[in-house]
Design a protein around this ligand. Structure first.
Ligand code: DSN
Length: 423
């Protein structure tokens, strides 16, 4: 039976993506091969457990799928162990807490409103409810204040520190962060979700071998399906047996936290699509792609700077730009809406020390991963900056915004989604 309702909505969403510019920095466009794996019969299969140790029969092929995903992840990131089963980023982070600390223990992470993530200790999130969370933040200049963070760690003595961000435009100094974590003998967890594709491409330093555990979603700059991976070093042992909290036991602690700790059956179609994405990420083309994301973001930042936009930290080293719109007399939500009507999708976002509330903040966050997938390069960033500037100036003028959208749609015809309109 054909579901016309859902088919129509899928078509509309595909058209929206095709006719516009996706500039939410955590989004991307996957390859037809990733979509193929996601829409496969693998979704029908239960396989609780790990390859060779399942609670269900008929796992001979999904075992091979999961082993391929694990092996490709280990090779790509240069680590001993990969768990590819987390349903997404938040469950992956939850598994890390479950593995390494107890409820009530002190943990530390970057405040959400300074660019961190909910699962890094936000008070209304599980991580700030079940754990005693302390938050660090950026300085007035928007850069992570390593000195202040070190003082905080010495005073608070957290047992675990999450480092990673959803709205931070600069490089993380993993070695410095390791030294800071060592001040309280804390586990250092790198949540590289936003920048994993850049790390693979060599456009951002890797925390592998420095952080104790790396968590990452697979659908952002890595350009895979929704999902997540947890990476670590150590010696995997039988995940059915309890293990002491030592560095050597990290693989077992992580595996046990995922199942039986938190999850049931892995999503095998998702695991297969992750394996596909990891293979794609190991190619020279992907390296070029990752480097181009940053070149595009820097070019866009330069054009917007020229037009008088206030970029947090003054620019970017990675895939994203955080813009404080206070001087443009427009709130983040208003800019998000105007840009959306112009065919450019971004999201409203707090800026460091934002005087406005999180749901109605002063800024917007935008990035270049999806545009770069479509083949846009530095030369096109001038045009993109012009449309952004015109849309923000047009505010709520529907006619002007509609005219920009028509131009954007015409322009995108030269930059199809991977595999064409239907993927
Ligand atoms: N929702 C993700 C982002 O947009 O950055 C974080 O989980």
């Amino acid at each position: 039976m054909i579901d016309e309702d859902i088919r129509a909505l899928i078509e509309l969403e595909t058209k929206r993506q095709t006719d516009g510019l996706e500039m939410i920095p955590s989004e991307n466009h996957t390859s037809p091969e990733v979509l193929n794996a996601l829409g496969s019969r693998l979704t029908d299969k239960y396989s609780e457990g790990y390859p060779g140790m399942r609670y269900y029969g008929g796992c001979e092929f999904v075992d091979k799928v999961e082993n391929l995903a694990r092996d490709r992840a280990k090779a790509l990131f240069g680590v001993d162990h990969a768990n590819v089963q987390p349903y997404s980023g938040s469950p992956a982070n939850m598994a890390v807490y479950y593995a390494l600390v107890d409820p009530g223990d002190k943990i530390m992470g970057m405040a959400l409103y300074f660019g961190g993530h909910m699962t890094h200790g936000l008070k209304v999130n599980f991580s700030g409810t079940y754990y005693n969370s302390v938050q660090y933040q950026t300085g007035k200049d928007g850069y992570l204040d390593y000195e202040e963070m070190a003082k905080q760690v010495e005073a608070e003595k957290p047992k675990l520190i999450f480092v990673g961000a959803t709205a931070y435009p600069r490089i993380f100094d993993w070695q410095k962060l390791r030294e800071i974590a060592d001040l309280s003998n804390a586990w250092l967890i790198a949540d590289t979700s936003h920048i994993t594709g850049l790390i693979v491409a060599g456009a951002h330093p890797s925390p592998a071998g420095i952080a104790d555990v790396i968590t990452t979603t697979t659908h952002k700059t890595l350009r895979g399906p929704r999902g997540a991976i947890i990476l670590c070093n150590g010696n995997p042992s039988n995940p059915l047996k309890k293990a002491e909290r030592t560095k050597d036991n990290l693989p077992t602690l992580i595996d046990r936290a995922i199942i039986p700790g938190l999850q049931g059956g892995p999503h095998n179609h998702q695991t297969a699509a992750i394996a596909v994405a990891l293979r794609e990420a190991a190619t020279p083309e992907f390296k070029e792609y990752g480097l181009q994301i940053v070149k595009n973001a820097k070019a866009l930042a330069a054009h917007l700077n020229d037009k008088g936009y206030q970029l947090v930290t003054g620019g970017t080293d990675n895939h994203l730009l955080l813009i404080d719109l206070t001087n443009k007399k427009l709130k983040g939500a208003e800019a998000e809406q105007a840009l959306s009507k112009a065919g450019i999708t971004v999201n409203k976002n707090t800026v460091p020390f934002d005087p406005r509330p999180p749901f109605d903040p002063s800024g917007i966050r935008l990035g270049t991963p999806a545009l770069t997938t479509r083949g846009l390069k530095e030369a096109e960033m001038d045009q993109v900056a012009n449309w952004i500037d015109r849309a923000i100036a047009a505010k709520s003028d529907e006619a002007k915004l509609g005219a920009i959208h028509s131009e954007v749609t015409e322009f995108t015809k030269a930059f199809p989604l991977p595999g064409g309109v239907n993927g």
